[in-house]
Unconditional design. Sequence first.
Lengths: 198, 198, 198, 198
Amino acid sequence: MSTSRLEAFSDGVLAIIITVMVLELHVPEQDHFSDLWHDSGVGLLTYVLSFVYIGIYWNNHHHMFQIADYIDGSVLWANLHLLFWLSLYPFTTAWLDETKVALTPTIVYGVNLLAAAVAYYVLQLRMMRIPVTGPRLRDVVGNDLKGKLSPFIYLLGILLAFVEPWLGLIPFVVVALMWLVPDRRVERYLAAHQELTD
Amino acid sequence: MSTSRLEAFSDGVLAIIITVMVLELHVPEQDHFSDLWHDSGVGLLTYVLSFVYIGIYWNNHHHMFQIADYIDGSVLWANLHLLFWLSLYPFTTAWLDETKVALTPTIVYGVNLLAAAVAYYVLQLRMMRIPVTGPRLRDVVGNDLKGKLSPFIYLLGILLAFVEPWLGLIPFVVVALMWLVPDRRVERYLAAHQELTD
Amino acid sequence: MSTSRLEAFSDGVLAIIITVMVLELHVPEQDHFSDLWHDSGVGLLTYVLSFVYIGIYWNNHHHMFQIADYIDGSVLWANLHLLFWLSLYPFTTAWLDETKVALTPTIVYGVNLLAAAVAYYVLQLRMMRIPVTGPRLRDVVGNDLKGKLSPFIYLLGILLAFVEPWLGLIPFVVVALMWLVPDRRVERYLAAHQELTD
Amino acid sequence: MSTSRLEAFSDGVLAIIITVMVLELHVPEQDHFSDLWHDSGVGLLTYVLSFVYIGIYWNNHHHMFQIADYIDGSVLWANLHLLFWLSLYPFTTAWLDETKVALTPTIVYGVNLLAAAVAYYVLQLRMMRIPVTGPRLRDVVGNDLKGKLSPFIYLLGILLAFVEPWLGLIPFVVVALMWLVPDRRVERYLAAHQELTD
């Protein structure tokens, strides 16, 4: 089974998630800068965070499927499972925003980030079991330090939220920054195995 | 007529349906776990159910069109007909959610599931009448037990709803689970006829 | 300039238009069949009409660009112009729905349909002036009776709305039905010139 | 790394941005032409402006990536950065509309336009540093008069808004018109180097 339609569908879902979050932002009712900050400030900040997260997932997804040229049915469902958790971002982000980063919404947001990370990990495992693509992917991913570290940083954020909800967001920002640092593994691998690029 | 644009358009519509349903979820007004359960609990459960259904349709659609390499105008309309019923999922799911699974919304939801199943069946019939693709698809689909059974389970759900609306949802969950079980017919067929995959 | 990205973008926009209209539907506040009819009846009917219209445009767009293998910059803008008018369908449909088919909204809806038809005609004219694709398209379109008749039927609908708004919708339904009748011109042409299909 | 998925994702995001803006339009509560003007007039005008802007960005994006056949990881992020600013258009447009073009929202809208222009410029710079594509793109873009002029006209609009908010919109309209004038650089280049088109 080729990967093109799975990629197209995932691109569609991720493009929509990243874009509909903006519909959840409250347009300020008055017309001053202070209204923008007061009515939409938290919303804009959490929007940036979730936007970056979806961007990271798209980026990693793009890299992972670039290596694959063949998938099986279990990958389709592992992929939908990932998209499910990502599709909840607009919902958990909106709750975080509307309660101006209260305790429970921060925890729920962290759990959502965690669940998506686990789903991505499961998808990666499924991909690694595919005949030709698998070994190649295992080669590229290597020890996957970032992937293994992220869940623990999310847990740290969830714990910190009990001290002070705003504090809990810091580890979530740290994970995002960690992934934003360019990761040249796939590119390096493809450069070294040029016959894979067509 | 090639299938690529029909697939792209269907991917787009299904990606949007699966994603906009999250916009219909009510963000809790307070910030406790009990608010999440009380304001969004039913919504989240019905969201999961509809998400899985759209995922199943995308999956089956993907498999069916992988076999086809040629379609005619009637398939375009049969496909739009299917997309129409699927596009009502956000609406019927939201009603189910807002009335916390009352009788009529449960029936309407079941009728919507039923109509989509019939539309899929009609699309499959149209595809089976296409010269080269048809016989191939008939081969793959075989006796199509799941496809023939599903409408009856939907009907059972609609009937059970009259006893107690929540009961009616059980058969709908059963159908979803039945389809989630991997169906290797297409994959097996493609493996046996490798010349079809390029 | 190849047509693939224009087609992908148009598919995206049309897929979204056809799907977001469902978000404008009012979910009934109570849980009886009468509420469904009273709160959402007009909405569902106008939704079906607009869904069919967008479906027809997607269908015709798909056929037209299947013939083209080369476009120029003016086609990009003529295409965006068409998408602009189609993007207003959710807005004009929602107004029609919320006023339960009052006079002015019916006229505005008719003008929207008319503007989209003119925009499609302009796009077709631009396509006909492209070197290789043009003559081929002119061949396929022929006298384009439907295309020339539609604007007049829209005008009739707008005039009839002054008598009784609901009456004005009848010609709009007639145009939709007229286009739903399969139009085999492109398919016949492609069958006769098989070398075009790859 | 090939450009196809980046293009598909960007097409998706742009298609959604251009379409969801219509959801921010207020459907008039009454059913007269005066209601349409009063409730939705400003909204429709700002919608047209933002629609044209997104259309221009799609058009330029399309042209730029047509030249490229290879990208690196930094381009993925420069592209997401551009999409981020464009994704705020529905938000800033809605604020402009709801305050009927008040001072601060006009400034914020102008800053949004400016930020997107800068993001596009950064993306173009990144593309220009890619081995084969870079020199080619530099050739096509030339002195990029429009690209360099636009930010200054946006700044002029922001300044004029302090005199009278409505006045500030004029330079924004001027930039849009300036870009609408067909720009044949890419087409001319491709025609002269036909071997690039496949």
